[in-house]
Design a protein. Sequence first.
Length: 210
Amino acid sequence: MTDKAARIFKIYPHILSILFMLLFVLLAINPVDRDVWIVEDTPIVITFILLVFTFRFFRFSNYSYTLMSAWMFWHTVGGHYTFANVPFDFITHLFGFERNNFDRVGHLVVGFYAFAAAELLTRKKWSGPVLATFFGLFFIMSIAAWYEILEWIYAVLHGGQAGIEFLGSQGDIWDAQKDMLFDMFGALFALVLFWIIRPDLKIDKHVSAA
């Protein structure tokens, strides 16, 4: 690894975090629905804080940070507009969709966290790559199921327009099932990448070089 590449490798997570914070602050200003923004952005803030405070104890690969940031950026936009109302008409009309599928893409990128889960397990030597792959998939599927349950509980308890917007079903009776399916698709994609890249075999050399 050249000196320039090593420097870029070292600061890459910091660049992502700065870009995320700028976007977060910008979209925190006057969201479409403040109640929805709070419940949608709370998981993002918690995830970001965890990654920041654990960085010095465990540095994921830049592949993981890229994949994890995809959800954080996407979800921040969704939280500002509410997912059903994000300006996504170009894609909707291009493919002839009957609904705004910005939230479907959001669930897809949630699945990308399977890559980080598999990397953590293998680099910490808590499991082999095969078991880590299954854990990554099951981890995402459990998160997907719990999130759909939380959406339902919030919609029932809160009610009103905020409850409807947070649920985000847009009249689709199979919305929850489709959301979980897209979470799984994202996880499968990320795990295929994991096996292609195998960060557990490369990252330590890069860290030493940096």
